[in-house]
Design a protein around this ligand. Structure first.
Ligand code: AGP
Length: 612
């Protein structure tokens, strides 16, 4: 939530900042702003997308070789020019950008108010910059010390960058609970919420740790301390990110590119981990914790949104293959409901971004009760990846589209490998079954490629439903989470109301909604409880609902009943989610595009939810 970029060096800052904001726009896009020092401290901000800010700045003075910029996802105060960042201090000598939430901002604001401060915006961020300046003046300390003292008074999460009119040779940055990366060039610095704005300038980066403050100087020096005033050593790492991974590569949208990347991303998730001809399956990141999983009395999976749906597939996999009881929890509920957590529980935390605040808090809670925490994250070095005892990266590559696609299939691929490996090591499946499943997993990318070739057909189906107001998605067994994910995808990007249900649950309520206007997407692949799903389809047909069915190639029975058919290649039942999800992603994508929606930046959403 919210993207921050900053630059200090010899170059003009504005072009670097604006391009950086475009790269970070997936994090929030309701308003944007920039502050630069060119003798004066100049500050411009605008409600709307980064393009609106760019248009507004066409004829303004945007000179300066130091600057900060921000793209916002509103928390405190509606999206507006005034609430947009950066925010000035009272003297207008300091400007700040901020990602996160200052939870005790009301108390701090009241204190400042008593001392005569007034506030232009409704934001918590403006309170923080007033507090910093107040400390600087009243305690007569340097800006760094004022920032440090202020951050000790703050409860909540922050990634901040501050510039000072009186010192155009310095950026002050700090973080707690919100991500921040510093790119280190030749006597120049780039700061951003993630590495995507930095990679085209330098591959040398420093990831700030919790409660660290850095002072970046024009002469190339970095001073690093924590908020307790302990000196720290900056650790420079090499970025492993290619520019083409964060560009659209000729696709109309990142989401479409990411859907099409799945044969490659699933292969990358498996790379070096699986080899059926040698009967090898190993997840290096969890080797030291395998025994804990094998002996676990219970697995608790915590996640949010799409990652939670991947977790549901994980529940079926671990119970089915490894015979370990699994509970799948929304991280936001888990953290507040006094859950029972034992030392022999293993918690698997799933997160694409690795920054989701609720998932992070659920991990901390489980850790404090002695459970072992295993992470499944996409973003390398993210907060969740660092907070867990061990984990497996999904290696799906950067996911920029706000609606998660390739991250989901990568998460399910990891869970499948994990459950299979544990079941074999636990001795609950035979060697021949293990071998056969390894071979089947390796075939998944080809099967996904085949589904992607049905894109035009899916586009044709989408065209029929662009005016629908509701959708129902049904599936049973492994296909139930697929139905939930299909419904989430549609509502996120097309704003059509959609519900996912276990097919048999339909008769307990949702059936009341079915009439000739109600499209029902049924994931009705062979095996499992196929016959029972056919009965559910009959129930829909009897009430004139329109059936769009995802079926196994060569299917006859469902074909005879459904209005529209999407065929997918046959695979093992437990691997079906990896293939059946693809057509549902494409269906949502085309419906949304034909309705004129901004699929990469759907309204009200942000890619990485770093607030509660
Ligand atoms: C997915 O399409 C969503 N945008 C959202 O539900 C997302 O999956 C959720 O916020 C969790 O994010 P995470 O995987 O980064 O933790």
């Amino acid at each position: 939530m919210c993207g921050i970029v900053a630059y200090l060096g010899d170059k003009q800052a504005y072009p670097i900042l604006i391009k950086g904001l475009q790269r970070l726009e997936y994090r929030g896009y309701d308003s944007a702003g920039v502050a630069l020092i060119d003798d004066e401290l100049l500050l411009y901000k605008k409600q709307g997308k980064v393009a609106d800010l760019e248009e507004y700045l066409k004829d303004k003075n945007v000179k300066g070789n130091i600057g900060i910029a921000h793209t916002r996802w509103a928390t405190h105060g509606e999206p507006s020019d005034i609430n947009a960042h950066p925010h000035f201090s009272r003297s207008k000598k300091l400007a700040i950008i901020h990602n996160g939430i200052i939870e005790n901002y009301c108390t701090l604001k009241k204190e400042l108010f008593k001392r005569g401060y007034t506030f232009q915006s409704e934001t918590d961020t403006e309170v923080l910059i007033h507090l910093i300046e107040d400390i600087q003046i009243n305690e007569n300390v340097e800006l760094l010390e004022a920032v440090r003292i202020a951050l000790n008074q703050v409860v909540g999460a922050y990634a901040i960058v501050i510039i000072a009119k009186d010192n155009p040779n310095q950026l002050i940055v700090a973080r707690k609970g919100s991500p921040l990366v510093i790119g280190v060039g030749e006597k120049e610095f780039f700061v951003a919420s993630d590495a995507t704005p930095i990679v085209e300038h330098t591959t040398n980066v420093v990831y700030l740790n919790e409660e660290e403050i850095a002072v970046l100087n024009r002469n190339g020096d970095i001073k690093l301390i924590n908020i307790k005033n302990q000196k720290k050593t900056p650790y420079i790492e090499k970025l492993e990110l290619n520019l083409h991974e964060i560009e659209k590569d000729g696709y109309a949208h990142f989401m479409l590119k990411e859907i099409h990347e799945q044969p490659r991303s699933i292969r990358d998730t498996m790379r070096g981990r699986i080899n059926s001809s040698r009967n090898i399956l190993s997840l290096g990141g969890i080797t030291d914790y395998e025994r804990r999983l094998i002996n676990a009395k219970r697995i608790i999976i915590v996640a949010c949104g799409t990652s939670w749906h991947a977790g549901l597939v994980g529940e079926y996999l671990f119970e089915d293959l490894a015979r370990i009881p699994v509970e799948v929890e929304y991280a936001s509920e888990f953290r507040y409901r006094n859950p029972i957590i034992n030392e022999d529980d293993v918690v698997i935390a799933i997160s694409q971004s690795g920054e989701t605040a609720d998932t992070l808090a659920a991990i901390e809670l489980a850790k404090s009760k002695g459970a072992t925490i295993i992470g499944i994250c996409n973003v390398v070095g993210s907060s969740i990846a660092r907070a867990t005892h061990a984990g497996s990266y999904t290696h799906a590559g950067p996911e920029i589209g706000v609606a998660s696609t390739k991250a989901f299939t990568a998460q399910v691929t990891i869970l499948t490998m994990m459950a299979l490996m544990i079941s074999f090591k636990k001795g609950v499946i035979t060697k021949s079954k293990y071998h056969q499943l390894l071979g089947e997993i390796e075939l998944i990318p080809e099967k996904v490629e085949k589904v992607l070739k049905t894109e035009n057909k899916i586009k044709g189906i989408a065209e029929e439903f662009i005016n629908s107001r509701n959708f129902l998605y049904l599936g049973r067994g492994y296909n139930f989470p697929v139905a939930l994910e299909g419904a989430l995808k549609l509502k996120e990007i097309s704003y059509i109301h959609a519900e996912g249900y276990p097919a048999a649950e339909m008769k307990h309520g949702p059936i009341a909604l079915i009439d000739a206007e109600m499209p029902v997407v049924v994931v009705a692949t062979k095996k499992g409880i196929y016959e029972k799903v056919i009965s559910n389809i009959m129930e829909v047909k009897a009430r004139k609902g329109k059936i769009i069915a995802v079926v196994t190639e060569g299917d006859v029975a469902v074909k005879a009943l459904a209005d529209y058919i999407i065929e997918i290649p046959e695979t093992e039942e437990l691997l079906v989610p990896l293939v059946a999800t693809i057509p549902l992603q494409l269906l949502s994508y085309y419906i949304a595009v034909m309705r004129g929606c901004d699929v990469d930046k759907p309204r009200n959403l942000a890619k990485s939810v770093t607030v509660e």
